[in-house]
Design a protein around this ligand. Structure first.
Ligand code: PCA
Length: 215
């Protein structure tokens, strides 16, 4: 099984981005023989992030694409359930772009559900001492926009996609205790490993699956 993971570069006042650090660690991890993992770091750009990811998808042809970003105010790993067709930024992205009430995809539906088996992934870490939950909003900034485009294009490109927000690492964001890279990497390793076992029950034929669209 081929899995592509993406992370983001640092942005705004952040000196590092835990999503970039975690995917680096994941790519250095020894995986079971039936799992090949590739990674890509994306620019924090409404306009450019998905184009970069799409180029890698076309080259690698993964069955799963899991995108990661940091959510500075969260204290738990958040498996995002839904992406909405809205871009609204309170701060500029790394290109200086700050959209207000813009659609991600002009002709797209209002929302798209993740294609990851969220409950399976959550239960993979339920016995561990790590804060992890399902989240019903990925916000309206670059992460939501990337998740929406990832899901919107999955039918044509033939993969299952989803997004996970990570909390900051300790000392990265004032007032947030953070979670260490080791703990996050270990949890994500278990969640991705759970996909291998769950794959038997997943129908990867996109003509047959529920489209997951909220029309
Ligand atoms: N987090 C931001 C964008 C990049 C990142 O890592 C977000 O939550 O939208």
């Amino acid at each position: 099984m081929k899995v592509l993971v993406s992370g983001f570069e640092p942005f705004l006042e952040l000196t590092t981005n835990p999503s970039q650090q975690v995917i680096e660690r994941l790519s250095q991890t020894k995986w079971p023989l039936n799992l090949t993992l590739e990674r890509i770091t994306l620019p924090v750009s409404f306009k450019r992030s998905f184009d970069h990811l799409k180029t890698k998808i076309l080259e690698f042809e993964p069955e799963f694409v899991i995108a990661f970003g940091v959510a500075c105010s969260r204290i738990e790993i958040s498996i995002e359930r839904v992406a909405i067709n809205l871009q609204e930024a309170l701060s500029p992205d790394n290109d200086g772009s700050m959209p207000v009430e813009q659609k991600v995809v002009e002709q797209g539906p209002d929302g798209l559900f993740t294609q990851l088996p969220v409950k399976t992934m959550l239960s993979a870490v339920s016995n561990d001492n790590v804060a992890c939950d399902i989240s019903n909003t990925a916000g309206t900034y670059v992460c939501n926009s990337l998740m929406y485009q990832l899901l919107y294009n999955s039918y044509e490109l033939g993969y299952k996609g989803g997004f996970i927000h990570l909390p900051p690492t300790p000392n990265l964001v004032k007032g947030n205790p953070g979670v260490s890279l080791d703990v996050m990497t270990n949890a994500i390793y278990k969640m991705i490993s759970a996909l291998i076992t769950d794959k038997a029950t997943l129908n990867l034929d996109h003509n047959k699956i529920n489209t997951g669209r909220i029309d």
